[in-house]
Design a protein around this ligand. Structure first.
Ligand code: AMP
Ligand code: FES
Ligand code: ZN
Ligand code: ZN
Length: 314
């Protein structure tokens, strides 16, 4: 197995590109793919200040590393979700990563700063954990970006993530979600721009990137994700990909090239927030008097904390 570029021994094969790469040229490929995604989708303008949402997982640590390598001004934001030992460990890894490099990292802790955590909020509001988790993260990413004067929020969603979400939305023809499933969402109505620079790279490549760059990341998955639909869609797509390399990329980029615009009708810019006001409690854009995040906090703060004993159980 030889590197496609230099013919030296290769360390990784990428079947959908039908090519092998040595360490140096694989790392270069990752940077080039991020640069291409940024350019093709007009994600970032020169001089933009970026806020990278980092979870301690391979994708978000890698995207932060790559953006800095490409010369962007990118700071980190970590949210302690209070999901037992998983959150403790991911927080440790994220902080160590930022400290070793001397890169600015803002830390928000749901328990310390808002007196709740994801397992408790899920129980009190009878939501599935991912729903309470997603709502909290989205709100805090947006607010931190606006308060900090950042031009865009960056997340580590990769090709596997986006293809799996697309698969789920397509199976149920969730047209409003399909209209908004883009690698860049422009700033609007007080919400910051959101960008996903890893859409051209897969999960396996991001793991390899971290290993080759010596980045220590949390390998464990969120214990509350066990058995969720998203993981099932990923497995299904991996089965198809194994038979037919390139399927995920064709599915997702074919959607962007040939289908997504068809769903834009009726969803206008993909959202119906023309009548947005501001939340009376936190000042964020909100359709109600109080935003969904503040309602969640009001209901969950001070509730008897749910203690995660065995991984994932309560
Ligand atoms: P997930 O929804 O867990 O797949 O995460 C998707 C992206 O959201 C990650 O790549 C990160 O950019 C961001 N993210 C997830 N969890 C956190 C967290 N606890 N703190 C900050 N960013 C996060
Ligand atoms: Fe949904 Fe962790 S709460 S993946
Ligand atoms: Zn090479
Ligand atoms: Zn609010």
């Amino acid at each position: 197995m030889k590197c496609r570029v230099c013919r030296e021994p290769a360390v990784i094969d990428i079947r959908r590109h039908n090519a092998n790469f040595c360490s140096e040229h694989f790392l270069r490929l990752c940077r080039d793919q991020v640069a291409k995604a940024i350019k093709d989708f007009d994600m970032v303008q020169p001089g933009d200040r970026l806020l990278v949402a980092v979870s301690g997982g391979k994708d978000s640590l890698a995207v932060w590393d790559i953006l800095r390598e490409l010369g962007y001004e990118a700071d980190g934001l970590y949210i302690g979700l209070g999901i037992g030992g998983y959150s403790d460990e991911s927080g440790r890894m994220t902080k160590a990563f930022a400290e070793q490099r001397g890169w600015p990292l803002q830390v928000i802790d749901l328990r310390e700063d808002f007196d709740y955590d994801v397992p408790t909020a899920a129980k009190v509001t009878k939501r599935v954990p991912c729903s309470a988790c997603g709502l909290s993260k989205r709100h805090l990413f947006d607010q931190a970006a606006v308060d900090g004067g950042y031009d865009a929020v960056v997340t580590g969603h990769n090709l596997d993530d986006e293809a799996a979400v697309l698969f789920g939305n397509t199976l149920r023809w969730q047209t409003e979600y399909l209209a908004r499933q883009l690698p860049v969402l422009p700033a609007r109505n007080g919400f910051p721009r959101k960008v996903k620079p890893l859409v051209r790279l897969g999960e396996r490549e991001m793991a390899a990137y971290c290993v080759l760059r010596g980045i220590d990341y949390i390998v464990e998955e969120c214990p509350m994700a066990a058995g969720n639909k998203h993981l099932g869609y990923k497995d299904a797509l991996n089965t198809i990909e194994a038979q037919s390399p390139g399927s995920k990329q064709a599915f997702y980029f074919g959607f962007l090239d040939r289908a997504v615009a068809r769903f834009a009708d009726g969803a206008s810019d993909g959202s119906d927030d023309s009548g947005l006001g501001t939340c009376r409690s936190c000042g964020s854009p909100s359709s109600g008097e109080i935003c969904a995040f503040c309602v969640l906090v009001e209901r969950s703060a001070g509730a008897q904390p749910v203690v995660l004993t065995v991984k994932g159980s309560s």
